[in-house]
Design a protein around this ligand. Structure first.
Ligand SMILES: Nc1ncnc2c1ncn2[C@@H]1O[C@H](COP(=O)(O)OP(=O)(O)OP(=O)(O)O)[C@@H](O)[C@H]1O
Ligand SMILES: [Mg+2]
Length: 264
């Protein structure tokens, strides 16, 4: 994969310095890295290591203090705000730890929302949103509002919303941070399988080192620097777990997991 296509994301000596009063905080320190199309990259590191700062910088939500960021053929640190908005609309999707759904809107309307910003007509918006909700297994919850859904279901809506515009790149900042182990695995499996199927580049931030074994590339940050950047040639299957009545947690085999998914 790497040798065939140029990187879809390329950072060169990117630094971010926050100034608060008279103190300067170097949240990112000369970060250089390449990410290739279709890869699933995990950014790991302890709290405060700069993971979210890095993600926000790559996604064009914040400007670097220094350095160059090239993404999908564009030099984004040179864009103005209007160009960045347009760029994000056409190229990237986001999944958040806290779901960030509109409480007063149904799952269907939440998922259709990004298409409205793109100027897609109403009929097509509904059709695409329905299709995307079905792809995340929520065909029976289209008219539910966020408060009428479980955490895992809300995050599925978040995933559908992020992917409804068919972005080239999906950013996820701790997407399973508010979910239990079982639901986390289900959500991760879902994100990874949809991205693999569509060839979407997935960049996920997590502080959970366990998640890294499922990624194609793992970038470890420490104090704003890249501590390691490694390709994982054989990313693992994401095992599903089940909580038994007495509270014990068991890991399901691939066949059992598929049977469970078919039941759900
Ligand atoms: N807007 C900001 N203004 C000032 N300092 C900031 C800002 N955003 C982040 N920082 C600082 O930059 C450093 C890196 O923060 P960042 O949010 O990227 O960490 P993180 O790795 O995502 O941590 P966590 O796992 O807790 O989410 C921290 O020391 C943080 O306090
Ligand atoms: Mg963070």
């Amino acid at each position: 994969m790497q040798s065939e296509s140029p990187p879809i994301i390329s950072l060169s000596e990117v630094s971010k310095v926050y100034v608060i009063g008279s103190t300067k905080l170097r949240a990112l320190d000369r970060v250089s890295l390449d990410i290739y199309p279709g890869e699933f990259t995990c950014i790991i590191g302890r709290s405060g290591s700069g993971k979210s700062t890095l993600l926000n910088m790559i996604a064009g939500l914040e400007k670097p203090t220094r350095g160059r960021i090239r993404i999908a053929g564009k030099q984004i640190e040179r864009m103005n705000e209007a160009q960045l908005v347009q760029f994000r609309l056409n190229n990237v999707g986001f999944v958040f730890q806290s779901f960030n759904l509109f409480a007063m809107h149904t799952a269907l309307d939440n998922v259709a929302m990004p298409l409205m910003y793109k100027g897609t007509n109403r009929l097509r918006r509904k059709r695409l949103a329905r299709k995307m909700l079905a792809a995340v297994g929520l065909e029976s919850h289209m008219m539910h509002k966020p408060s009428q859904m479980s955490g895992g279901q809300q995050q599925r809506v978040g995933i559908a919303r992020a992917l409804v515009t068919s972005p080239k790149i999906l950013f996820a900042d701790e997407p399973t941070g508010n979910l239990d182990l079982k639901t986390s695995r289900e959500v991760l499996r879902l994100i990874r399988s949809i991205c693999r199927e569509r060839g979407t580049t997935l960049i996920m931030v997590t502080h959970d080192p366990d998640m890294a074994q499922y990624a194609d590339r793992v970038i470890q940050l420490l104090d704003g620097r890249v501590l390691s950047n490694e390709v994982n040639k054989h990313p693992g299957n994401i095992p599903l777990v089940k909580t038994l009545e007495d509270g014990t947690v068991v890991v399901l085999t691939e066949e059992e997991a598929l049977a469970e998914e078919a039941k759900a």
